[in-house]
Design a protein around this ligand. Structure first.
Ligand SMILES: [Zn+2]
Length: 560
């Protein structure tokens, strides 16, 4: 496979621009090791940054001292290690921005703590105002292994409508919220949605999939200022774990303007590569309308290195409990999950997108889902010879069988993988699929040995994000269900490459990101120990390891 065409070429200073002496650096870091990730290059000890770009590297700690000027910020960190900032190549910053100021129920260990957190928030919230929760939690990880009910939420408050949200497709409401939404025992769920009821036919308060649309009209619309503050806090949280670029895999097209406004206010701590959601599009006319809006946005010149439109996102099957699989679900002998598209319709949609010069990422989780997706991609490749590499991407490819891996590799199709998703979802997946199939999810060792381009991500809010949390997971295969499929583990430097070098290849930015070389963006992380050295950093210390500093384009995105 050849690299996708780089979106940016490094523009180093030309000889004519240079004054007679060396240009002083904006920033100089002296460290124990600067791992450039350039293949074959031994660690450096000093790195200089000017104008948001890396300008020089030296194997000697004092090798760049001639670049120190009166305004140079000199960081002496003799025990520290410098790495490129990480990419999270499949995550959901938009959702994180909505969630970041919610009641932090992801910290609760059981329903008592869960309800106490809501009660505390209610105590300092004016009556009648909505209370909502964070979305990054799993009921299976609570002691009771279930969601709260309306009755339980009512014990926390009846004075406020409460919206408990988990991920993008699950909600539980208290009585006040159900009342505002006009949902009663008699309400019928819309097609594709579930209003859960108990054995007596009464509401439990839980709404699934399209039933959440019943609530959306009565939810308060956050102001633009609130959205920007949400993105500011959420992007800073990503940066605090060592992430410098996020590929947001579900951006509603109208939210491109919100991201743009956040960027304009300096509120995006990390770079964003946006996949616009094609989930509500079916017909060619709907796909065209979406592409028109993307073109209009980009034509206004709003695409830059901080915020870039990556392409369109579709999904071919469900997730842990609805992915399309060849063997039936464990306790449901007739259930093989759901395909969300007729292959011919998906082919038509993908062709419209690539016909406009845009890229496509398609969610596929089960082996049947992935096979059908590869059938579609194979047709696209056949009918469009010369399609640039990286135009078609498999998102997840969770259960990738040997023949499917071989096909994806032969077609030159990159795959984004997310160990954190398996980490938090392993118990749910084992219930649905059994232990053997769950252990087979994300065969990273095989993907790499067979020559695939795979890249690392989290799929937050379903999985926790974090640079070294992901490295820990990929090297240990540790999950909330214990170690699963240890034979699929990969090494530390391979795991780091999935979030750096490989990620930059995926986004077509290898010339400026993913490794530390003169001319590249100064997207750096500084670590208190060397994460690549098992002596200095035992594997279990990786999990909680945070950088002391994250720089994006030479600007401090995080500092501890
Ligand atoms: Zn996702």
């Amino acid at each position: 496979m050849t690299d996708p065409t780089p979106a940016d070429q490094p523009t180093g200073p030309t000889p004519a621009d240079l004054p007679t002496g060396p240009t002083p650096a904006d920033l100089l870091i002296r460290a124990a090791a600067v791992h450039t990730l350039v293949p074959g290059e031994p660690p450096h000890r000093a790195i200089a940054v000017t104008g948001g770009r890396i300008t020089a590297l030296s194997p000697a700690p004092d090798g760049l001292d001639s670049l120190i000027g009166p305004a140079t910020d000199v960081v002496d960190a003799p025990g520290s290690t410098v790495l490129p900032a990480f990419d999270d190549t499949h995550t959901h910053l938009i959702l994180a921005g909505h969630s970041v100021h919610g009641v932090p129920v992801h910290r609760a260990r059981d329903l008592t703590e869960f309800l106490d957190l809501i009660r505390e928030r209610a105590a300092r919230t004016p009556a009648g105002e909505w209370i909502h929760t964070t979305v990054n939690w799993q009921e299976i990880l609570l002691a009771e292994q279930r969601m709260p009910t309306t009755g339980e939420l009512d014990t926390a408050t009846t004075e406020h409508p409460v919206l408990v949200r988990r991920g993008a497709y699950n909600m539980v409401l208290n009585s006040a919220a159900l009342r505002l939404a006009g949902i009663t025992d008699a309400t019928e769920a819309p097609p594709g949605g579930v209003i859960e009821r108990d054995e007596h036919g009464r509401l439990t308060g839980r709404l699934i999939n399209r039933a959440i649309e019943l609530v959306e009209p009565v939810l308060p619309r956050p102001s633009l200022a609130e959205r920007i503050e949400g993105l500011r806090a959420a992007s800073a949280d990503f940066a605090a774990t060592g992430i410098g670029t996020v590929r947001d895999c579900l951006v509603p097209v109208e939210d491109l303007d919100v991201l743009d406004a956040a960027r304009a206010e300096g509120a995006l701590a990390v770079r964003v590569r946006a996949l616009v959601s094609g989930f509500a599009t079916r017909t060619p006319a709907q796909v065209d309308a979406l592409l028109d809006r993307m073109d209009d946005w980009q034509a206004a010149g709003r695409d830059d290195d901080r915020l870039r439109l990556w392409g369109v996102k579709f999904g071919i099957d469900g997730g842990f409990e609805a992915a399309a699989v060849d063997e039936p679900y464990r306790d449901r002998p007739c259930y093989h999950g759901r395909l969300l598209w007729e292959p011919a319709e998906l082919l038509a949609a993908v062709e419209r997108v690539i016909g406009r010069g845009r890229r496509v990422g398609v969610h596929a989780w089960g082996d049947r889902g992935l096979r059908v997706l590869l059938d579609v991609f194979e047709q696209v490749v056949k009918r469009h010879p010369g399609l640039p590499a990286g135009t078609l991407v498999v998102e997840h490819g969770g259960l990738a069988r040997p023949e499917q891996r071989a096909r994806a590799i032969a077609l030159g199709i990159p795959v984004t993988v997310q160990h954190p998703l398996l980490h938090d979802g392993a118990l749910t997946q084992q219930r649905a699929w059994g232990e053997e199939r769950t252990a087979a999810v994300f065969p990273l060792r095989e993907w790499l040995d067979e020559g695939a381009l795979i890249t690392g991500g989290s799929d937050f809010p379903v999985g926790p994000y974090g640079a070294m949390m992901s490295v820990w997971g990929m090297t240990t295969r540790g999950t909330t269900a214990g170690v699963v499929g240890p034979e699929h583990a990969i090494g530390r430097s391979e795991a780091v490459a999935l979030h750096t070098m490989n990620a930059a290849r995926l986004t077509g930015e290898s010339a400026v990101r993913g490794s530390l070389r003169p001319g590249a963006f100064a997207d750096l992380t500084v670590w208190p120990v060397d994460p690549l050295d098992p002596q200095a950093c035992p594997v279990d210390a990786l999990r909680e390891l945070r950088p002391t500093r994250t720089l994006v384009g030479g600007l401090t995105a995080h500092r501890s």
